[in-house]
Design a protein around this ligand. Structure first.
Ligand SMILES: Nc1nc2c(c(=O)[nH]1)N[C@H]1C(S)=C(S)[C@@H](COP(=O)(O)O)O[C@H]1N2
Ligand SMILES: [Mo]
Length: 299
């Protein structure tokens, strides 16, 4: 598959945010089509990313509280170093990996992705990270594995939402193996060339741009290769409202609100909603993963 949506910048090449925004503006001035081609994006649409401040002050990270500004306020005490990730299950090289063991030497890329929460708000985020596919190759997936399960760290002393038991923890998520191996699926360690802020899921998180945001689990400490569909936090809490697949789909509404449109963060208080795109705009890349599946049943 052609990797037209990727930039192959190394971490050291990533431009600081102010210069980077300036570059974007210059490119936007050159015409949307040219800008998109220069940026290496999949679609002809030029994605104007949200600012660092927008991305790190409007969050969902229930371990730090349920309000959008709670994570920015409360995540300062998260200990992100040292960090280790346990890799287990149906894997050739199980063990406890440092982040460097897991991703060191892999292609570190900058990718500008749409990000759509199931609550019908959206942003555009310039992630830095690696393809999960490459990490799975490094640890060696056994042929009996069909799903990948992920788990978030629990540090009760640093996590007020954990102490208050706002939902069951650890937060868990999962992907089918072909979704996990899709070239769009990333493990991210940065935004705008800077390490992830704690509230953004430091030091390493999942990014699955064609699925609702809750699939993109933060601050990962365990990756398990398994045979059966693993539990996921929101579908466990409310299976009628949240499914395992959770592909962005404007035609399948949430029981309590429409998914046909979304509110862009940073668009201003009175900005109108914009139409939501099938698979969040990544239909050409991912639709074939779901051939023959009724997406109303597998929501
Ligand atoms: N561990 C953990 N991961 C999580 C969440 C959470 O509460 N805990 N929230 C999810 C939801 S609902 C969304 S929309 C995204 C939000 O990511 P952001 O705050 O970086 O925008 O993180 C997802 N990952
Ligand atoms: Mo979300």
């Amino acid at each position: 598959m052609a990797r037209r949506w990727t930039n192959t910048l190394k971490q050291a090449d990533v431009t600081p945010e102010p210069l980077w925004l300036n570059r974007r503006q210059i490119m936007a001035g050159a015409g949307a089509m040219g800008a998109a081609l220069l940026a290496g994006e999949a679609s002809a649409e030029a994605l104007e990313p949200n600012t660092w401040d927008e991305i790190t002050n409007y969050n969902n990270y229930y371990e730090f509280g349920v309000g959008k500004d709670d994570p920015a306020r409360n995540a300062g005490g998260l200990r992100t170093s040292p960090w280790s990730i346990e890799v287990n299950g149906l894997v050739e090289r199980p063990g406890t990996y440092t982040i460097d063991d897991l991703i060191g030497g892999l292609d570190l890329e900058e990718r500008i992705y749409r990000f759509r929460c199931v609550e019908a708000w959206s942003m555009v985020v310039p992630w830095n990270g690696v393809e999960l596919n490459d990490v799975l190759d490094r640890v060696g997936v056994k042929s009996s594995a069909r799903y990948v399960a992920f788990e978030t760290v629990v540090q009760p002393e640093a996590m007020i939402g954990v102490r208050r038991k706002v939902m069951p923890f650890p937060y868990v998520e999962g992907l089918r193996l072909d979704e996990a191996r899709h070239p769009l699926t990333m493990l991210a360690t940065g935004i705008y060339g800077k390490p992830l802020a704690n509230q953004s899921g430091a030091p390493i998180r999942l990014v699955v741009p064609w699925k609702y945001g809750f699939k993109s689990i933060k601050s990962i400490v365990r990756i398990s290769l398994v045979a059966d569909e693993p539990p996921a936090s929101w579908p466990m809490l409310n299976p009628r409202e949240y499914g395992f697949y959770s592909n962005v789909n404007p035609k399948v509404d949430h029981p309590r609100w429409t998914q046909a449109t979304e509110r862009k963060i940073g668009g201003g208080l009175f900005s109108s909603r914009v139409p939501t795109q099938m698979f969040n705009g990544y239909e050409a890349e991912v639709a074939s993963l779901y051939d023959g599946m009724d997406l109303r049943i597998f929501y």
